[in-house]
Structures are given as structure tokens and as C-alpha cells.
Design a protein around this ligand. Structure first.
Ligand code: CO
Length: 222
């Protein structure tokens, strides 16, 4: 008996965690966790900041992190998010070689693509601004150009300024474009559909400064 007790006592002495129910657990739970987060913080400021930030607001900030990630991706690859957004939108309803699309105060068109029937020689696009903001603040138009030229055409449009409705005069890269309008207004443009038969793919977009990021979609002969 005595020997067994001694052995058990010895075993306990060697492994306090197993026998010392009171002391080991509390210390471990209380000290270990606190010490772990605290140590990294002062040691690696840059690396530690993200770590504590995520755990704490994890549940609450989960969406924020996702947004941040998306934003980060959006910056380097501007076209990517816009393309995705456009892909999530429906195709424009076309009838009699014409379509009407909308632009709103949230810098969005209501459609992501326009399919021009192969049988159409002329095609008309009517843009209706369903928002309320004035053209100076939330101007919208529809500019059609080769997808590869969109960024350059948009940049030149921005450079052209408000007086030029953000469209470079005589820009040969532009297939067609409407006037720039504000909330409550409508405008339309009719163009030769054959211009979309070669050299594509083509994109329609708003040339108001910055709007090309979210206001763009595909257009082509279907
Ligand atoms: Co716009």
C-alpha cells in the first residue's frame, strides 16, 4: 500500500497537470492565453495587428474582411469586379432593333449585356436615368467601344471634361454614344449595327469620371 501511494504521489509530482486539478488548469487557462496574445503583439507589431484584429471582430467583421479583400482585388484589377457585376445583371430586353436601359444614382446600369439581333441594320439604345441626382454629380451616358479601348476612351473622356460631356471630340474608337444626362432624363442613340460585326468584343459603358468601374456591360451581335 505504502509503495503504491508513494508511486502515485511520485507520478503526480512528475505530472502536475494530471493530479493538481486546482493549480495547473487555472494557471494554464488564465496565464497561457493572456500571455500568448500579449507576447506576439509587442514583438511583431505589423504581423500581430492583423491577428488580434481578426479574432476579436471575427464574427462581426467577417463581412468587412471579405469586403476589404474584394476591394483589394478590385484596385489592381479594375475590370474584374465590373465584369463580375455586369455578369450578375440580366441582358437587356431587345425588340424592333432597339432597347431601353436604365442608369441610377448608385452608379449602376440595370443590365449587364446587350445583344443586337443579326437581322438589325440599325440599332437604337435609349438610356433612362431613373435617379434624382443632377448630371454634374451623377451623369450617365452610353458609350460603345472595343473592350480593349474602354479604359483609354474613358480616360480621354475624363480629360475632355464636363463641357465635352466626358467624351473626347472626334474619338474614332467610339462606335456610338449618347448624350450625358442627369436624374429623370432620357437620351438615345442609333447606330449602324454592322460596326459591331468585326474587331470585337465590344463594351458599352458610362464615361462620367469613375463610372466605368461599375457601369459597363457587353454588347455584340447575337
Ligand atoms: Co454614369
Amino acid at each position: 500500500m505504502t509503495i503504491r501511494i508513494t508511486l502515485i504521489a511520485a507520478a503526480c509530482a512528475l505530472s502536475l497537470a494530471a493530479c493538481g486539478d486546482r493549480t495547473p488548469p487555472p494557471d494554464t487557462n488564465t496565464t497561457a492565453p493572456a500571455a500568448t496574445p500579449a507576447e506576439p503583439a509587442p514583438t511583431e507589431p505589423a504581423t500581430t495587428e492583423p491577428a488580434p484584429a481578426e479574432p476579436a471582430p471575427a464574427e462581426t467583421t467577417a463581412p468587412a474582411d471579405t469586403t476589404a479583400a474584394a476591394t483589394g482585388t478590385a484596385t489592381p484589377a479594375g475590370p474584374a469586379p465590373a465584369a463580375t457585376a455586369a455578369a450578375d445583371k440580366p441582358a437587356a430586353t431587345v425588340s424592333n432593333c432597339a432597347t431601353e436601359i436604365e442608369g441610377n444614382d448608385a452608379i449602376q446600369y440595370n443590365v449587364g449585356s446587350i445583344v443586337v439581333p443579326a437581322s438589325c441594320s440599325k440599332f437604337t439604345i435609349t438610356l433612362r436615368h431613373v435617379g434624382k441626382l443632377p448630371v454634374v454629380a451623377m451623369g450617365h451616358n452610353v458609350v460603345i467601344a472595343r473592350t480593349a479601348d474602354v479604359q483609354a476612351v474613358a480616360a480621354d473622356g475624363t480629360a475632355a471634361g464636363a463641357a465635352a460631356n466626358y467624351v473626347k471630340a472626334g474619338d474614332a474608337r467610339i462606335i456610338a454614344h449618347t448624350q450625358m444626362i442627369g436624374g429623370g432624363q432620357s437620351t438615345s442613340v442609333t447606330f449602324d449595327a454592322s460596326k459591331l460585326k468585326a474587331g470585337g468584343p465590344y463594351t458599352f459603358f458610362c464615361s462620367f469620371p469613375g463610372h466605368v468601374v461599375t457601369m459597363k456591360g457587353t454588347i455584340g451581335i447575337g
